[in-house]
Design a protein around this ligand. Structure first.
Ligand SMILES: [Zn+2]
Length: 145
């Protein structure tokens, strides 16, 4: 299931992780998704509400999610994914990331940031229908112009 994102938004989500280093950044991706593709068209930065462990945890406030949903609906879009950074850790999902992922068919994008410089960015698609059968699948990122 290819994940399409314009270069400008791809750059923005990576830059966000560089700005918040050594803390994690997080945000919401709006766009269009169908059975075969996810296409990102807008990005919303979110504040990381985790104060206990902001370097390896992230949390998007419910109010921010609700306002993102409202913004999406107004533009005829959906929430199609979420992104966050991994300061000084690989761009692979953690057990916490998996436990806290509940949006099926959404992309979870992770950027590794080392010494305040964005490294690899990976995307994982949350598949399944329930907490029991959910899975993260590697998803190729296609950068568009
Ligand atoms: Zn993570």
């Amino acid at each position: 299931m290819p994940f399409h994102i314009p270069q400008s938004l791809y750059d923005q989500l990576r830059a966000h992780g560089e700005e918040t280093y050594p803390h994690e950044c997080c945000g919401i991706l709006l766009g269009i998704s169908d059975a075969d593709n996810i296409t990102v068209t807008e990005l919303i930065r979110a504040g990381n509400t985790r104060t206990d462990s902001a370097h390896n945890r992230y949390n998007i406030a419910p109010q921010e999610l609700i306002s993102a949903q409202r913004q999406a609906r107004k533009s005829g879009l959906d929430i199609v994914g979420f992104y966050h950074s991994h300061p000084d850790h690989p761009a692979q999902w953690s057990p916490t990331d998996f436990a806290e992922a509940h949006w099926f068919s959404c992309a979870y994008v992770i950027t590794a940031v080392e010494q305040a410089a964005a490294q690899i960015t990976n995307s994982f698609l949350l598949t399944g229908t329930s907490e029991e059968d959910k899975k993260f699948l590697d998803e190729p990122i296609e950068i568009t112009t």
